[in-house]
Design a protein around this ligand. Structure first.
Ligand SMILES: NC(=O)c1ccc[n+]([C@@H]2O[C@H](COP(=O)([O-])OP(=O)(O)OC[C@H]3O[C@@H](n4cnc5c(N)ncnc54)[C@H](O)[C@@H]3O)[C@@H](O)[C@H]2O)c1
Length: 330
């Protein structure tokens, strides 16, 4: 088995790469253009065991074709993408190019090269502002920004390609709010301007940011702040390995990945206060456009069809791992 991971120098991709290196004997090749990913993460992971690193952009079709052929790739996990929602509103074509067009190119090259399994990083953003929670996979798909739409279009491309090419099977994973860092402290989320709440709370706890803004306290939720389904990055990572196994005896499918329960912004801050040992500076700020009040996944499908067993379903553990990682980096 030879596995290609695109975007493995990034936050989520590196945690999946780590697990693959630890838990399997697959030959692994990584493609990344290091636009947001870091070489340091890959250097850290090379200590587990060796893998191939190709510094290339997914738009470089000939390089992609050569990599698939030269390394006999038969499985792909595709993370490489642009992921900042406000940027996608300002610069939609960047998102349709990097996320959708590059996925089309990768899928085309995969089919030509005889790739059998394709795991795709999708997002709860494909649901937009759902009218009902928890959100199941059959909830209407109505993204409200170009990022979500670029991912939904990619999903459609992958699905139609599998319908036309029976040997090309896929699993689409729609992630909810990914957070935390590797429990052994080796890797974590490094993007300094990240907007993810738990990352920002950890940075604020360490004085890297002066104060954390809470965007809106008048939502129809238990305490007025937005509620999200936070999943530890290592539990999300293990869902990717289970997805590859799933395709050994099942057809292509789409799954939500979260824990199926939600915490408000204030509850997250209380958890970070507990693990930091003091109250993190915070201030109220106006709502941001396009933030649904509550986003919680219905995870019955993945739990009933895959032997996926989350291990870190504990908000304090998630916050503690994020804080420990934040202490370690500059
Ligand atoms: N972080 C989240 O909370 C979240 C939630 C839902 C879905 N996702 C999805 O998970 C995936 C990974 O997200 P992340 O948080 O790890 O982001 P990230 O920015 O840390 O990682 C993306 C990686 O892809 C690389 N990359 C980007 N464009 C590339 C290109 N054209 N060619 C080669 N490499 C390229 C970057 O250098 C980086 O290493 C994305 O597809 C994202 O849409 C993330």
């Amino acid at each position: 088995m030879a596995l290609l991971i695109t975007g493995a120098a990034g936050y989520i991709g590196s945690h999946v790469l780590k697990l693959v290196l630890e838990k399997s004997s697959k030959d692994v090749t990584v493609i990344d253009n290091f636009s947001t990913g870091t070489k340091e993460r890959l250097e850290t992971l090379q200590k587990i065991r060796n893998f191939n690193v190709i510094n290339a952009d997914l738009s470089e079709g000939k390089i992609i074709q050569d990599v698939l052929k030269d390394y006999n790739i038969d499985e792909i996990i595709h993370f490489a993408a642009s992921i900042v929602v406000p940027e996608s509103v300002e610069n939609p074509l960047k998102y349709y190019s990097n996320n959708t067009a590059n996925t089309i190119g990768l899928v085309r090259a995969s089919i030509e090269a005889g790739v059998k399994k394709f795991i795709f990083s999708s997002t709860a953003a494909v649901y937009g502002e759902p009218k009902q929670v928890p959100v199941s996979e059959s909830t209407p798909l109505e993204p409200i920004n170009p990022y979500g739409m670029s991912k939904l279009m990619s999903e459609r491309v992958i699905r139609d390609a599998s319908l036309a090419h029976k040997d090309f099977k896929h699993v689409i994973l729609r992630y909810f709010n990914v957070a935390g860092a590797a429990m052994d402290g080796s890797i974590g989320q490094s993007f300094p301007n990240a907007t993810h709440l738990i990352k920002v709370a950890a940075q604020t706890a360490l004085g890297k940011r002066q104060v954390l803004s809470i965007y809106g306290d008048d939502y129809p939720t238990k305490d007025g702040t937005c509620v999200r389904d936070y999943i530890h990055v290592e539990d999300l990572a293990s869902a990717h390995l289970k997805s590859l196994e799933y395709l050994d005896s099942n057809e292509s499918d789409t799954f939500n990945v979260g824990y199926g329960r939600g915490f408000s912004v204030l509850e997250v801050l209380e958890a970070m206060d507990r693990v930091a040992g003091f109250k993190i500076p915070r201030k109220m700020a106006p709502r941001r456009a396009g933030d649904p009040a509550i986003l919680i996944s219905d995870v019955n499908k993945i739990k009933s069809l895959m032997p996926w067993k989350p291990q870190y379903e504990d908000l304090d553990k998630i916050c503690a791992s994020a804080l420990a990682w934040e202490r370690k980096i500059k």
